[in-house]
Design a protein around this ligand. Structure first.
Ligand SMILES: CC(C)(COP(=O)(O)OP(=O)(O)OC[C@H]1O[C@@H](n2cnc3c(N)ncnc32)[C@H](O)[C@@H]1OP(=O)(O)O)[C@@H](O)C(=O)NCCC(=O)NCCS
Length: 156
């Protein structure tokens, strides 16, 4: 069975493994620890509770930009372990995170995705995100990012 819950201290090791198998420029464990400390409600993990010890199968983390008049959620990262992909877990995790952002008063959600990451692009589109801009040389290796956004006001 799959359960989605806020991150806990014992999750970091497994989470870092998923991160390193998912990205060429993974977030270090220290950054995860910092994010878990500063925005614990917006750092969710999906766990497989079939065995006695819970296996982490994925995570999603967001922060909230409060500088503008309205609050905007920002998806910092999401990944599902390879053997669990394409089974709807990423959609469940991101939908839950979007609900958390909505409950905190966000009127929209934004994110960046590498132009070459077609899988993530389709994934976000299926969840209602639309491409709003291209950011040139956004990543350290100079790849462009697509900026995608979801309007939450339409759904209020
Ligand atoms: C992107 C990611 C989180 C999707 O998670 P997931 O659990 O596999 O996604 P879901 O099973 O919920 O898929 C939902 C939809 O996304 C799209 N999608 C997901 N994987 C896909 C693939 N391999 N090819 C094409 N479309 C895909 C499909 O539209 C899918 O709906 P469908 O299965 O009904 O066709 C996962 O592929 C991942 O962790 N990738 C590596 C890390 C990454 O790129 N993160 C995003 C960084 S911006």
């Amino acid at each position: 069975m799959i359960r989605i819950r806020p991150i806990q201290r014992q999750d970091f090791e497994q989470l870092t493994q998923i991160e390193f198998e998912s990205f060429t420029d993974p977030y270090p464990k220290e950054l995860f620890q910092f994010l878990a400390g500063t925005q614990p409600d917006q750092f969710l993990v999906a766990v497989d509770t079939k065995n006695e010890t819970e296996s982490i199968l994925g995570y999603a983390v967001a922060d909230i930009d409060r500088r503008k008049q309205s609050k905007v959620g920002h998806i910092l990262s999401i990944a599902i372990g390879k053997k669990y992909q394409r089974r709807g877990f990423g959609s469940r995790l991101l939908s839950k995170l979007i609900n958390v952002l909505k409950s905190k008063g966000c009127t929209g959600v934004v994110l960046e995705v590498r132009v070459s990451n077609n899988v993530a692009h389709s994934f976000y589109q299926k969840l209602g995100f639309r491409e709003v801009k291209r950011s040139r040389r956004f990543y350290d290796d100079d790849e462009d990012a697509l900026i995608m956004a979801l309007n939450l006001e339409e759904e209020l």
